[in-house]
Ligand binder design. Structure first.
Ligand code: NDP
Ligand code: 2IT
Length: 452
């Protein structure tokens, strides 16, 4: 790392020593920026300012459970950067949520949103609320209480939240209802990921997973390869994993694994459309566990997660393509080596930061195609941007129109990351390419506006 950049990194650590995920995300970006700063030393001011969030909001979220007992959670919204558009990014409801995780996600979102080419700044929010095992009424009361504070901090031209882990169509619906009541106006563009009957966009539920596979297809094609006949390991079984699986099937690939925090299933014969529909019903309606797949279908292995795993055996599966779609740091160095030994040729991140820096190094050293999340999973927020456009136009586009726009955005992001890496002397390094390309647009806008 260049000395001036290193000083910025050290300041970040000294200021918030207990935020390891945030440090990790910042370090990965700063490591890429050396050649840009040599070329444009004035951009050092942008680097200095952009590691500090513009605003962080933290609040109390009280609600009553079904037994009538008071529960108190902590709510947050990190408004990271609005140089190129309103803050935009998801809300995560998971017991692990804290400021380190939300700041890493908000920071990543700034570059990701810039890469989409759409006018969106970066933000992230959520709560340490654990939706697991909670009734529908409890989830509704929680969402309403959360929005009873958040509503005063968001707006269609200010900050536009959406879903992330633990926040899907149901939760967005409850939060939109509360916003509408408190604001006393129907502002569709204040949240994305809405239902179709009240301003949602076709393809938004599918977008992150579909976009991920479009991106991975582009990476494979640089080596003359494709998804046709490829064995694919997918982790997670939520929104991103489900639609990544669907698009892999569309392109002729064979998904063989899926997981949740309890463990993973390995289906040698492949997760076909019928089995995927069963998983979607299990996860989205019954809210069950992936283990039930192994109980229901023949010839499927289920491996339970270990309490403190050094490695998750899912990544020892012999596959051509790996799509980690669960959570941060789910692929470490040992797991990356298992994937390489199993013959993987491409890894694309569906989740945010699922691969540790050491894992990424293993992929790069072994010539594995590696797509970083801020490029490869940008299809979700890109389609949120398309939902905002439709809301502003008071129109809705067809499924085909939105899917075509999503596909061309993913092709452009791939090309931009690929070409930028080459231009700055790091051919094939999509991490550097995505970080630099995402940074340049925000840097130009920040300088033009006087580094406020
Ligand atoms: P969901 O809540 O729909 O699904 C999350 C999945 O990941 C579940 O299978 C969950 O298992 C698993 N998971 C979550 N946390 C852990 C953990 N600590 N250990 C093991 N497994 C875990 O979320 P999404 O599919 O929306 O999000 C998945 C990833 O994709 C996240 O990193 C998110 O930030 C990222 N992402 C999401 C986008 C979107 O549009 N939704 C856009 C871009 C990125 P369990 O149910 O057991 O917890
Ligand atoms: O990480 C992400 O990009 C998301 N969770 C989607 C954000 C959005 O605003 O659609």
């Amino acid at each position: 790392m260049d000395n001036a950049i290193k000083t910025v990194y050290e300041t970040v650590i000294a200021r918030d020593p207990n935020q390891p995920e945030f440090h990790q995300a910042v370090e990965e970006v700063l490591e890429s920026l050396g050649p840009v700063i040599s070329e444009n030393p004035e951009y050092m001011e942008v680097v200095q300012s952009m590691v500090e969030a513009e605003r962080v909001i933290q609040f109390r979220v009280p609600w009553y459970d079904d037994e009538g007992s008071l529960q108190v959670n902590r709510g947050y919204r990190v408004q990271f950067n609005s140089a190129i558009g309103p803050y935009k990014g998801g809300l995560r409801f998971h017991p692990s949520v804290n400021l380190s995780i939300l700041k890493f996600l908000g920071f990543e979102q700034v570059f990701k949103n810039s890469l989409t080419g759409l006018p969106m700044g970066g933000g992230k929010g959520g709560s340490d609320f654990n939706p697991k095992g909670r009734s529908d009424s409890e989830v509704k009361r929680f969402c309403q209480s959360y929005m009873s504070e958040l509503w005063r901090h968001i707006g269609a031209d200010l900050d536009v939240p959406a879903g992330d882990i633990g926040v899907g169509g149901r939760e967005i619906g409850y939060m939109f209802g509360m916003f509408r009541k408190l604001a006393n106006e129907f502002t569709a563009g204040v949240l994305t990921g809405k239902g179709l009957s009240y301003g949602g966009s076709l393809i938004r539920p599918e977008a992150t997973g579909y976009g991920l596979v479009y991106f991975a297809r582009e990476m494979l094609s640089t080596k003359g390869k494709s998804f046709e006949g490829a064995r694919v390991a997918i982790s997670g079984s939520g929104n991103v994993a489900q639609f990544a699986c669907e698009k892999v099937l569309d392109l002729g690939g064979k998904p063989v694994t899926m997981s949740d925090s309890g463990g993973y299933i390995y289906d040698e014969s492949g997760i076909d459309r019928e089995k995927l529909a069963w998983i979607m019903d299990l996860k989205n309606n019954k809210r069950g566990r992936i283990k039930e797949y192994a109980d229901h279908f023949d010839g499927v292995d289920y491996t339970q997660s270990k309490p403190e795993p050094n490695h998750n055996e899912l990544w020892a599966t012999e596959v051509d393509v790996a799509l980690p779609c669960a959570t941060q740091n789910e692929v470490n160095e040992a797991e990356a080596r298992m994937l390489v030994e199993g013959g993987v040729i491409a890894v694309a991140e569906g989740a945010n930061m699922p691969c540790t820096p050491e894992a990424i190094e293993v992929f790069h050293e072994n010539g594995i195609l590696f797509g970083p999340g801020k490029a490869s999973n940008a299809g979700g927020v890109a389609t949120s941007g398309l939902e905002m456009s439709q809301n502003s136009l008071r129109m809705s586009w067809t499924r085909e129109e939105v899917d075509q726009k999503l596909e061309s955005i993913m092709i452009n992001i791939h090309k931009n990351a690929f070409d930028t890496a080459e231009k700055y002397g790091m051919p094939g390094n999509y991490v550097a390419g995505a970080n630099i390309a995402g940074f340049l647009k925000v840097a130009e806008a920040t300088m033009a506006q006087g580094v406020l």
